[in-house]
Design a protein around this ligand. Structure first.
Ligand code: SAM
Length: 229
């Protein structure tokens, strides 16, 4: 959901949700559904009305209050479609707040279907019972991303060259940067290293596939974030 959720306040769903409830789930007015919007917690609601293009809900009971989530982003060099889908699904399950595909010299793809990735993230959030869906931004070039990097956010660069300290729990606004299958070029490594917000981290002695590095790195950075307890 996008709009606010509150007891007794009608909430409008999207055309896609109307289609899903009417034609896939064969639901009708009065049936119960569970709603969340990433801000107002999890609500048990009734379907107030549903048609081919429109659905309205009547929120009834707050089931779970909105819990604070870790403020960690994933920046990953865009991979081929199935691997990018996997990374988005797993990063959502692991709790990232934002996903930033990045274009590098050895990136294997140059565009994504953002709607499809958002659908994957929504499904992953529902499946792991998260009450928020990470924002997914359009791909950007590595230089553009580094030039606009926010001053208050640490950027942990996953570096496979075996001389970086081990990745560990991140505190505060943070992000993980994972390179392409072919790795960053020397020039990119130099540009990343020159950025004052960057810390290089190791994910162990083995060279991991990029998608594995994203999952392993996030698991280490987000392992037991106290804000989730
Ligand atoms: N450049 C490497 C090569 O081709 O020999 C491999 C790149 S690796 C498949 C893809 C990305 O995963 C790397 O750019 C890095 O960000 C991350 N990665 C893989 N293994 C890692 C490790 N042991 N520690 C930290 N990062 C790792």
């Amino acid at each position: 959901m996008d709009g606010p959720l509150a007891a007794g306040a009608p909430a409008a769903g999207s055309e896609a949700q109307a289609h899903y409830l009417l034609n896939v789930m064969r639901r009708s007015p009065g049936d119960s559904v569970i709603l969340f919007n990433g801000r107002d917690g999890e609500w048990e609601a009734a379907i107030a009305s549903v048609s081919r293009k429109n659905v309205a809900f009547a929120p009834r009971v707050l089931r779970r209050a909105q819990a604070a989530e870790p403020d960690c982003w994933l920046v990953f060099a865009l991979l081929k479609r199935t691997k990018t889908d996997l990374v988005v699904e797993k990063a959502t399950e692991l709790g990232v707040s934002r996903i930033l595909p990045v274009l590098t010299a050895r990136t294997q793809a140059d565009h994504v279907n953002l709607d499809r990735l958002r659908a994957i993230a929504i499904e992953a959030a529902e499946q792991c019972e998260r009450l928020a869906v990470p924002e997914i931004v359009p791909p950007r070039s590595l230089p553009a991303l580094l030039a606009a990097w926010p001053a208050d956010r640490k950027l942990f660069m996953a570096d496979e060259r075996r001389d970086a300290p081990a990745a560990r729990l991140a505190r505060g606004p943070s992000a993980l940067l994972v390179g392409p299958e072919g790795g960053f070029t020397d020039a990119e490594v130099a540009a990343i290293g020159a950025n004052q917000h960057v810390t290089r981290v190791s994910l162990g002695a083995r060279i991991l596939r990029a998608e594995t590095a994203a999952i392993a790195g996030l698991a280490l950075l987000l392992a037991s974030d106290p804000s989730e307890e």
